[in-house]
Design a protein around this ligand. Sequence first.
Ligand SMILES: [Zn+2]
Length: 478
Amino acid sequence: MNNAEAVWDLVDHHGEDFASLSDTIWGLAELAYGEFQSSAAQRQALEAHGFAVTTGIGGLPTAVMGEAGTGGPIIAFLGEFDALPGLSQEAGIASPQPLPGSGNGHGCGHNLLGAAALLAATALKGWLAATGIPGRVRYYGCPAEEGGAGKVFMTRAGAFAGVDAAITWHPATTTRVDPAESLANTRIEFHFTGRAAHAAVAPHLGRSALDAVELMNVGANYMREHMPADARLHYALLDAGGTAPNVVQASAKVIYAIRAADLGSLADLTRRVIDIARGAALMTETSMSHRVVAAYSNMLPNPPLREAMHANMVRLGPVPFDAADRDFAAAIQATLTQEHIAGDFRQIGRTVVPGLALFDDVVGLNEPIAKRMSSTDVADVSWVVPTVEGRVATQAIGTPPHTWQITAQGKTPAAHKGLIHAAKVMAGTGADLIADAGLLGRVREDHQSRLAATPYHCPIPDAVQPPIMMRPKDDDLG
Ligand SMILES: [Zn+2]
C-alpha cells in the first residue's frame, strides 16, 4: 500500500510555515530545561493547526504535546528544541562568527528536528481527516535532549502511555535509518569532602578533596584499558576546591559520564567507577558521596519499523539539493579536515567520493553502517513504545555534531529542504503504520518479544528529579 503521495503533498503545503518555525527556534537558542519561548512557539503552531494541546507533560514545564484524530492506533512524532552553550554563530557564513547575545547556538540542529517532527504530525493529521481512516497522531515537544535526559523523565512519568509507535529523526550528513544502536549512559557527580588547613604551616592537618579527585581520575584512566571496547568514560571537574594554592582544599567535585553497550554492562562499569572513588577517598582520608544526575538506556531495535521508514526514504529519493546548496556546503567543508570528511564516508561503509559536499543518495538497509558511539534519550522511549529514528542530510558531509558549523548551516535553504524531506519520511511512515494493520502488528510483536527477553527498568533512580528551571518572570510567552 502506498499512502505516501497524499501525505507528502500536505507536507509541501505547510513546508514554508515550519521552515519559518525552525528559523525562529534557531534564533531563540535556549538551553536544556530553559526552552520556554521555543516550547511556546511550538505550542502556538500546534494550536494554530487544530491540535488539542497539553503542556507540562511528565512534570517538565517546557514539554508540550498535541493530539488529533479519533480511534485507531496512536502514532507519535518526537521533536526537540534545545540548543548548546558556546555555539553561537551567524547563519549562512562559513567562518566562525559568534552572534552577540547569550553565546548559545543550535549546534546539533534541534531547531530542524522539532519543526520537521511537528510538520510530519500536521501532515498526518490532515491525511487522517481527508481519508477518514481511524487513527490518532501526537506530537511530543521534548525538552533537554542535550545531557538533560528529558525523554527519560517523560518516559518514567508515563507520558508515552497508549502510543503504538514513535517516529523521529536527527539532522545529519547522510540519509539513512541506522540499526538502532546507541550507548547506555549515566552521569554521576562525585563529591569529596576533606579538611582545610594552611598548606605550608600545617599541611599534616589537612586532608585534600582535590587530591582525592586527582587520584580518582588516575584510577579511572588506568581502568580504561580494561573496559569493553564499546564502552566510554569521560569526566569534567565541577569544583576544584578553590583558587588558593596555600589552602588544602576541603571540598571538590567531579562529574563522570559512563557509557556502555547496554544497561547490564553500564551497571557493571558504574560499580567499578564508584569503587575507584571509594579507593580515592580511602587513600586521602576524605569522605565521598555520589549521585546520579542523568541516565539513558541503549536504543531498542525494531526491524519492521526500520524497514517501513527506509521504504519511505527510498520512495522519496535523496534530498533535492541544488548547486547553491552544494557551493555553501563546499565552503563549510573547507573549514574541516580530510579526516572529518573521510569519517562520514567510513560511518556508512563507503569510500570517499572526492568533491561530494552534500549527500545525494539513501544508504541501503544492508550497508555496513558503523556502530553509533553516542547516546540519546530517544532510547528510553524505544523501551516503552516501538520507536524508529531516521537521519536525513541537512549539512555538509564531514560536519561534526556540536560545532559552530552546524549552527551556521541551521537556517540554510539546504537545511530547509532536509527538514521538509525528513517530515515526508516520517509522515509517510506514520500513514503506512495506520493504514497497514499487518505492519503495525509486526512492529508490536517484535517489540514485545524483545521486552519479554529483557524488561525495561528506568535507569534514573526514582528519587532523582529533573533539574527544571523556573519560568522567567518578566517574559511574555503567550
Ligand atoms: Zn542532537
